[in-house]
Design a protein around this ligand. Sequence first.
Ligand SMILES: *Cc1c(COP(=O)(O)O)cnc(C)c1O
Length: 355
Amino acid sequence: MQYPQLSINLDTIESNAVNMVKSCKDYGIKPVGVTKLLLGAPELAQAMVAGGIEILGDARLKNLARYQHLPVEKMLIRLPSFSEVDEVVELADISLNSESTVLCALSEAAVKANKQHRVVLMHDLGDLREGCFDESETLWLAELVLSLPNLELIGLGSNLACYGGVAPSAENQNHLVALAEKIESKYDIKLSVISGASSAGLTLMMAKEMPSQVNQLRLGASVIMGIGLNDEPVPHTQQDAIHLHAELIEIKHKPSVPTLSTALDAFGNTPEFVDRGIRCRGLCAIGRQDVDIDQIIPSDSRITVVGGSSDHLILDLTDCEADYQIGSVVTFELGYGGVLQCATSEFVHKSYVRG
Ligand SMILES: *Cc1c(COP(=O)(O)O)cnc(C)c1O
């Protein structure tokens, strides 16, 4: 085994996928499996597909490229960059869009590649990240897409609870549905997709308050970590698919207050200390270059995280000293940001496990 190690249980993720597909089906919703949390790892993508997910989405083309071989539709869930439209058409069947300049370029790229590219227009319901805020602009973009060769307008989408803390509600989802119906009647078309929200929309869905016309949710955190709105556990999912393991490289008894602290710490902060007397401290070979310390919680509740620097994590092992030696492995639970950081750090080994 190599450490630090991010261990990812594919059976747990697959079972979460099965349960989310099933829960969503009861409400006429098909989930898109969002893979960005683990950088589009093919192992994750495969587990989602094995769990019954039929469309995979990622924010980054590089991640989508990692599972091109899988026989499912691929969706680019971050707005395409103007400079990468050729790759978008090559790697994604569907993309989420809000800019006319990019749509025109996408159309040209699709013509050049002799491909059809499907478009979901993003409308901003108030969370203030991507999407047109003005209804008239979304209507105009719909007309534009309908006029552009090799683009197919398949739906309307919205993102919530990412920047502005706006939760998906019956009110904002109905607003999206009403706008979709306006587009349908104005241009005499049928939109096949209303992509309401991310995992944050599951709360509304499970409360039976999601309008029936919303037929797609884009699910990442719920399938991978079993969490949704406000990072709360999602019913019918498990939260323990992912753990971080780090190795102890030093165990020493030391005072809890530094000897004459006058300087800033390695990150320019003034450190503060509480005198708890002499404590048993363990150093782990992982640091803030890999993960923020506030994103990790030791699975052994007798351990507390004292602090860390770029390459070191400092633990208090006083209450469980006898159980840990040099070379012992300490296990941690991670927050969403912690999983993302560990997945991104090239120093953290990824291990995909079953069972
Ligand atoms: C990340 C993302 C999602 C998935 O969000 P989760 O909270 O992981 O379910 C859905 N849609 C968009 C546009 C995203 O950027």
